[in-house]
Design a binder for this molecule. Sequence first.
Ligand SMILES: Cc1cc2nc3c(=O)[nH]c(=O)nc-3n(C[C@H](O)[C@H](O)[C@H](O)COP(=O)(O)OP(=O)(O)OC[C@H]3O[C@@H](n4cnc5c(N)ncnc54)[C@H](O)[C@@H]3O)c2cc1C
Length: 394
Amino acid sequence: MQGSLRIAIVGYGVAGQAAALLLSAQGHQLSVFEQAAAPGPAGAGFLLQPTGLRVLASLGLAEQVLARGQRIERLHGCNGRGRDVMDMRYAEHAPDCFGLGLTRGSLFTVLRDAYAYASRIHAGVCIEAVAESGDRLRDSAGLLHGPFDLIIAADGAHSRLRQSTPDVVKRQSMYPWGAVWCLLPADTWPHVTELRQRYAGTREMIGLLPVGRRADRDGQWLTFFFSLPGDQVDTFDHPALQRMRERVATLWPEALPLLADIQSPQQLHRARYRDVVLRTPTQGRVVFVGDAAHAMSPQLGQGVNMALLDAEALAYALSLHRGVDEALHDYHRQRRHHLGVYQGMSRWLTPLFQSQHDGLAGLRDLGFGPLARLPLARGQMLKILTGTKKAWWR
Ligand SMILES: Cc1cc2nc3c(=O)[nH]c(=O)nc-3n(C[C@H](O)[C@H](O)[C@H](O)COP(=O)(O)OP(=O)(O)OC[C@H]3O[C@@H](n4cnc5c(N)ncnc54)[C@H](O)[C@@H]3O)c2cc1C
């Protein structure tokens, strides 16, 4: 790219943060808009895959996240009767391969501290739409911002910019299931290098992921995840909290003492998921990245990683081409196969773990074990886990 561009980034989540870092390093003039008055992390913790860790390493941030996070070597899921459904080790993919459990706060802080212009973010500005001219943004107070040579829509799964650009949307639906989740002290938890899950049919799923340190509290932490139908996520209250405790006591007694710290339903974050597929991630000067472009269920644990890869691919395309149009075309080409695989996989696999289709649980519990013993299938499953499956057939 010749010369610097005037670029707007809408949303200061993972995708927006990574894009801001990469594009400011290329010398572009950035205007970053974030609706939250005090930008910060949302949710509890997540699993960073080798793909996402590689992007952070290329930003010079690997050491910082490794120091804050918890190395994860195994994914182990059992059904309510204690039968193994899933048992995968990163080292089977490659000897030095691992995932990293990390709090949202850790990643947010590392990315923000690396961004020299963080104090210039337009916080508390909710962008409603791209103006008719195509190169300006309109906020919720009716103010216009711009003009810009490029607008990066990184405003997450419920993207307003996407709603205001309906032509790009191919598919956009709400999953009927969601979850409540929070951070819990991990001091007594013995499975420190494992993501552990417990499934009862397809209606109940509990997860515990060690996520290392928090900036604001001492000790080691876990992300606790409890799956619920969407309407119950929205109305999660004291009786629901009590029911959740009872189900954990029945399905996973070993995990129950960890919940002692939860006194109120407000301590749990609520999450509903969307399935979003765009015809194209670009329209005119606007490019959609992260969840705004491809929200999916968190079943495969890839959304943060995809957001980091999107930002990296966009910055690379902009560094390579003379014009914005060519760069956006190249960006789409770089990302579409990888994204297509994970969007398809998460749409097919999510009902096996979070749905009202009870019959699928038997299929999952009986089928996954034998399937995973076939070397070819196991290799593919490990690729999917590590985020490295880039195309369906190659
Ligand atoms: C329960 C759960 C567990 C998950 N676990 C994992 C995991 O283990 N591994 C993994 O890789 N991924 C996981 N994910 C997915 C991951 O959280 C998302 O894919 C990722 O956060 C997407 O990043 P983003 O930057 O695209 O969007 P977001 O992180 O949602 O950021 C969007 C930002 O835009 C801002 N914004 C929104 N609208 C506007 C507006 N109109 N104007 C200005 N600003 C706006 C928001 O305030 C926010 O700061 C999980 C998700 C959930 C719900």
